[in-house]
Design a protein around this ligand. Sequence first.
Ligand code: CO
Length: 155
Amino acid sequence: MAKVLEIIKEPNEILRKISKEIDEKTINSPDFQLLLKDMALTMKKKDGAGLAAPQIGKNIRVITIGLENDVLHIINPVITKKSWAKEWGEEGCLSVPKFFAQVQRHKKIKCNFLDQSGKKKSLETTGFLARVIQHEIDHLDGILFIDKIGNPSPK
Ligand code: CO
């Protein structure tokens, strides 16, 4: 049975580490599959747009993204293309409770990753989904959105 995991809050050194890639062979193990289910349930219950493994205390390159009626598990993500164009948008984070700020992100990205069964996937996306993926991948590199906040009004 999937369970709701505790969210690690800033400041905590786990949130600041570079996370390690997952060995493809472990993806189909029962323990790893349960971890994915736990992450999906935790994200839903805590009302997050996405969740990265460091936020539940594991420094591995795994993120879970909420879609309208589904969940997307992204393992060992690599952004292979990003648009020159950036846009501002409001972000928050389960690890930084009750704080929201404007952050600039690439408008469009292409991301290669392994899915929950270890299959190679490629996703090209824009807008909110592209923003969430960039936010979550930052977590895997020890970066929080509060490191990137700025003033969106033109000078
Ligand atoms: Co976050």
